[in-house]
Design a protein around this ligand. Structure first.
Ligand code: SAH
Length: 244
């Protein structure tokens, strides 16, 4: 296992959604890199670190990979370059390295950026699958995301809510992540179009908030850790569980 890098999925926030396989790799890893964000006030937030702490990961194994939302692309790349160099150094020392990610490590994750670099350097890599946030959102709302021949589209982000019309024409279920980018436009769109939806933020954490009611979104500040699942009218409402 030494000299190898594992992309380890931690699930969206609930420590119980870390797989047994991920737990086994974490227990054997010599070094664990975890992602975090630096807020405008300089505070460091990391769901991944919270999950690692819950599972008792020793502090001396941990190394952060910190990105600020305000960082330009080149600076973010620099962070990945430095992390990659640090991982290469660990490998030269024969260490077993884990890079943990929120949700699934292969789905819009920090690990994906490092993976590109590791592939170019022919590093031995293994990925441990996990629960992506949008799957956890459906479960938290008790709503099946797809049935029979329903098609599902996942959008990493959206510049303009009006684009949703064309996507909802083609897909029964449309997931939008990194929702904070749309901000207020989301409420206006939902009010006008009366779509069935599941809105979810901070899934699996004490701050979790999941709603299918438009009223709840009227004056809500949409954080980065949020997503929405929209259903078009072809997805019969009888498929959806009634609101509580
Ligand atoms: N690898 C992750 C995706 C990371 S991209 C996965 O598999 O889900 C970051 C986006 O994921 C956030 O902007 C948000 O849309 C979503 N996300 C991740 N964790 C979340 C959580 N706990 N609650 C709500 N959304 C979450």
């Amino acid at each position: 296992m030494n000299g190898k890098v594992y992309g380890v999925s931690l699930g969206p926030g609930d420590p119980d959604l870390v797989t047994l396989k991920a737990m086994k790799v974490l227990a054997r890893a010599d070094r664990i890199y975890y992602p975090g964000t630096i807020t405008k006030s300089g505070e460091v937030n990391s769901f991944a670190l919270e999950i690692l702490h819950t599972h008792g990961a020793p502090q001396e194994k941990l190394k952060s990979v910190l990105i600020a939302m305000s960082m330009p692309r080149e600076e973010v790349d620099k962070v990945y370059d430095n992390t990659f160099e640090s991982i290469m150094h660990d490998l030269e020392n024969g260490l077993c390295v884990a890079v943990v990610c929120i949700g699934d490590a292969g789905f819009y994750s920090t690990f994906g950026h490092l993976h590109e670099r590791m592939e170019n350097a022919s590093v031995d890599v293994e990925m441990i699958a996990g629960v992506p946030a949008f799957i956890a959102a459906g479960a938290s709302a008790h709503v099946p995301l797809a049935l029979r021949s329903d098609k599902v589209l996942v959008l990493p982000d959206l510049e303009n809510v009006s684009e949703l019309d064309k996507y909802l024409d083609l897909y029964e279920t449309v997931v939008v992540m990194k929702l904070s980018m749309i901000g207020k436009g989301l409420y206006a769109y939902l009010e006008k179009n009366e779509k069935d939806f599941v809105y979810a933020e901070y899934l699996g954490t004490p701050r979790e908030f999941v709603s299918r009611s438009l009223e709840d979104l009227r004056s809500r500040r949409i954080p980065y850790f949020s997503l929405i699942i929209l259903f078009n009218e072809n997805q019969s409402p009888v498929n959806l569980c009634p609101e509580k």
